[in-house]
Write a protein of this length. Structure first.
Length: 313
């Protein structure tokens, strides 16, 4: 097992290494967890438009297994990865920028305060979210769409281009930023807690053992940090998804005037349970996704550092 130097005294890795590691981590993690990501989106929308459309995930198929069965019935195996190309396009620059900002701002030297780590994580999350938000909206639309709504049109960039054309034609450019306010508000505690907890767990291991964390430890640390962050901020994610999806078809009309109205209506109709619609598949997706992305990023970063003749954390 490789011996780590004092991580708090190391300088950040070169920018090109952070970008490559972040992009690889995003592509691998999102592709591996795409089926659960789509299920989470559909379950978050399940009660929002009840009475205005044919509910795709009925009460009989409300669970994880039932929801996966419905997705497979709708479009076969490929239906599980609908919108994944857009999701990968979104997450590669998102994670690259997120890790870039965090590596630049995270505490080094004698500054080991949890508050500084939280602030660095929050700033990293905000910067990354602002960069790729329109792609997040498009990903939600693709994941929520029934088969046939969007067509593959090569001259407009395939299915992705068709989504953009429909949104601009029927809803205008503002549709690309639906729910952005609540998304930014939600990413501050999520990214702050997630990166703060993961970094703390990683550094504790290094300080106790003097060695770099193995794969299993990185996976567990990523799962723990993401689960805590997800539980704290999940209701804001439900509000964001519902705002992004409304108005995409006649069956999903404009029901909410903004984030507060969406939160109020969701709570009034379904209570706390409604604010955590899709929480279980989301947790099943977020935990391994974060674990995989952190593990890929850290191990690639470590490999680059070894090639340069040093170890960076």
């Amino acid at each position: 097992m490789a011996v780590c130097d004092d991580p708090l005294l190391d300088a950040p890795p070169p920018p090109e290494e952070i970008i490559l590691c972040g992009m690889a981590a995003g592509a691998v993690s999102r592709t591996c967890t795409a089926p659960l990501d789509r299920l989470k989106t559909l379950m978050a929308l399940r009660d929002a438009f009840r009475g205005t459309q044919k509910v795709k995930l009925s009460s009989r198929s409300a669970g994880v297994v039932g929801g996966l069965r419905m997705i497979y019935k709708e479009g076969g195996v490929t239906a599980f990865w609908r919108g994944n190309f857009t999701n990968v396009l979104k997450v590669m620059p998102e994670l690259a920028l997120k890790f870039m900002v965090f590596e630049t701002l995270k505490p080094r030297g004698e500054d080991t305060s949890m508050q500084t780590r939280f602030a660095a994580g929050a700033a990293a999350g905000m910067a990354a979210q602002a960069l790729v938000y329109p792609l997040d909206v498009i990903k939600t639309r693709l994941a929520a769409a029934e088969t046939g709504l969007y067509r593959h049109e090569p001259r407009y960039g395939g299915m992705l281009g068709h989504v953009v054309r429909r949104m601009l034609r029927f809803e205008g450019w503002r549709a690309m930023y639906k729910g952005m306010g609540v998304s930014i508000v939600g990413i501050i505690p999520y990214s702050g807690f997630d990166l703060m907890i993961f970094e703390t767990l990683k550094l504790r291991y290094i300080s106790y053992t003097g060695t770099c964390p193995p794969y299993v430890y990185l996976l567990l640390a990523g799962m723990i940090s993401s689960c805590i962050a997800q539980t704290i901020t999940y209701p804001l994610g439900v509000v964001r998804i519902r705002l992004q999806a409304q108005g995409m078809t006649l069956d999903r009309p404009i029901l909410f005037s903004g984030p507060i109205d969406c939160f109020r209506q969701t709570y009034r109709s379904s209570g706390v349970r409604g604010l955590y619609s899709g929480y279980i598949p989301s947790l099943l997706k977020v935990a391994p996704s974060a674990a995989i992305s952190y593990t890929v990023y850290e191990r690639m970063k470590h490999s680059f550092a070894l090639q340069r003749g040093g170890v960076s954390t």
